[in-house]
Design a binder for this molecule. Structure first.
Ligand code: FDP
Length: 330
């Protein structure tokens, strides 16, 4: 019988090898427990009636599904119990959630990303980034840029996959086993060879992108396969495995100008920076509409949006040459 290494065993060795504390393991155990709990709820959600609208809207004016609220409560419960988190930024909470003034880590998370898939039981994501507080003095709700994250990860729910990137230690994929443990760390390195590369974007929006981005798509799309599931974690899971590029550009040419989104749609702290961090550890890159590395963008508010171009370096560099919008508002 073959037994695979578990994620906790993998992390334990990692911390020991780098002479680090076990606090990070306790935090990771909390995040993994939350993800497993959410996954079980999601799998049985239709039976329990947990996939409908909750009848309220979140801070961005979007409908909140019951699953979003459940996932938020579950995650905050485990983060509180861990005792390791000073505060959290969640897509489901307008305010920064104060947890433990003595905590060591900031956690930026979206407990159920891709909510339009919920009612169909299709993949959604639980995405998170982790940064470490300044241990020398008091903290002031610090919002860290992606480059300062020490880890970022995403669970694609309910597929039982977990992708975790550790600062300067690579991106790794785990799969859930029959005992509900994430096992078998497999290093992810973006393939250089373009034969498996895919493009992923909401094609219905393509005429709303800037003209240079539209032109880039027209000139390049025939070279690659195209995939779009509509949940960032699931789409990016393919991008980081097969190579290529996921893009959610700024919307600047919408026929109804009120619907333009010059600052992009996705959230910087718990969506764009998370996939940018993972991609960078897998050998790729990510930029925003100005061509700036996503990892260098210093958030000014917790729910700030960003355009996103993430994937194989060669493609991201190539489209970067077409990005012309100087300093879009954030
Ligand atoms: P959703 O609106 O369904 O919650 O930022 C959220 C997100 O999903 C991402 O997960 C996804 O990649 C993107 O938005 C999908 O947006 P479109 O429906 O505009 O394609």
């Amino acid at each position: 019988m073959q037994f695979e290494e578990t994620v906790m065993g993998f992390l334990l060795h990692h911390q020991e090898k780098h002479h680090r504390t076990y606090h990070f393991l306790i935090l990771m155990d909390a995040l993994i427990s939350a993800a497993k709990h959410i996954e079980q709820y999601y799998l049985t959600g239709a039976l329990k009636g947990n996939v409908g609208l909750a009848g309220s809207v979140n801070v961005h004016g979007e409908d909140v599904f019951r699953m979003d609220q459940i996932a938020q409560e579950i995650t905050l419960h485990y983060l509180r119990v861990s005792g390791r988190v000073i505060h959290a930024v969640s897509e489901e909470s307008e305010e920064i959630v104060q947890i433990n003034p003595e905590g060591r880590y900031f956690v930026y998370f979206d407990p159920l990303d891709g909510s339009s898939n919920v009612r169909h039981g299709l993949p959604v994501g639980f995405m998170f980034g982790v940064a470490k507080r300044n241990l020398e003095g008091p903290e002031d709700n610090h919002l860290r840029a992606g480059r300062e994250y020490i880890a970022a990860g995403m669970f694609v729910i309910p597929t039982g996959t977990f992708t975790l990137a550790l600062k300067d230690a690579g991106a790794w994929r785990f799969h859930i086993d029959e005992t509900m443990q994430f096992v078998k760390p497999t290093r992810i390195v973006l393939p250089e060879d373009g034969t498996s590369w895919e493009l992923s974007f909401n094609s219905a929006n393509r005429h709303t992108y800037s003209k240079p981005v539209q032109n880039w798509i027209t000139q390049n799309e025939a070279k690659y396969a195209f995939r779009y599931i509509g949940a960032l974690a699931a789409d990016f899971h393919r991008t980081v495995s097969n190579g290529g590029m996921f893009l959610y550009p700024a919307i600047v040419n919408h026929p109804d100008p009120k619907k333009n989104r010059p600052q992009g749609k996705l959230r910087l702290m718990y969506e764009a920076a998370v996939v940018a961090f993972i991609c960078s550890e897998a050998g790729g890159a990510a930029v925003d509409e100005t061509g700036r590395s996503i990892l260098d963008v210093q958030p000014k508010n917790p729910h700030q949006r960003s355009a996103l171009y993430v994937g194989s370096k060669r493609l991201v560099e190539d489209i970067r040459g077409s990005l012309t919008i100087p300093n879009p508002p954030i």
